[in-house]
Ligand binder design. Sequence first.
Ligand code: C5J
Length: 224
Amino acid sequence: VSDTILVSALPFPFQCDLSHTALVVIDMQNDFCCKGGFGEALGNDVSPAEAIIPKVQSILGGCRAIGMMIIHTREGHLPDLSDCPESKLTRSQVNGKGIGDEGPMGRILIRGEYGHEIVKELKPLANEWVIDKPGKGAFYNTNLEQLLKSHGIESLLLTGVTTHVCVHTTLREANDRGYECLVLEDATAAYDFADHEAAIRMVHQQGAIFGWVSDCNALLEAIQ
Ligand code: C5J
């Protein structure tokens, strides 16, 4: 039985076999989506990230309903910061507070703190995977590639934040490894809309150089 679907997308329809496809929800953490976290510490208005929560929720619901493999990622570091490069630590100090410092949601970007947790609306279910990553890309220093290989995954549906940083880095890492990637543009966000728009355009230009772009309605229509 083939579970092949065709999703209306740019630069041309995206085809995937649902039994070899995973949904990846990138860094929908309090630190990036809520006031008082890492995103805000860097000087951003985090409301665009918060605004996509209902969209990601609808995609999670649709993918859960058909039993798709679901992977959540979280960017963050060990409490002793031993997995945080000195360069990242130094450059996180934009307004006097950076990674590891106390903030309103606990130590900024540190595993185990409230800020590091995934927002309550998108809480992973017990049968879903959570990848803790120290970098922007979800493949760097994680077991994601091994996990995807062991589940026969060939295609990825990408959602989350931020479009031009962690979504793009993960997309590029995945593309180089041979995964076919679809980015859902209304279930991803950057703090600055111009960054989001540019990042989205970069995905599908030059004949899908990194992958395809579609939206939540088109995906839900294709999988229902
Ligand atoms: C950033 C991310 N923007 N999750 N992280 O530092 O995109």
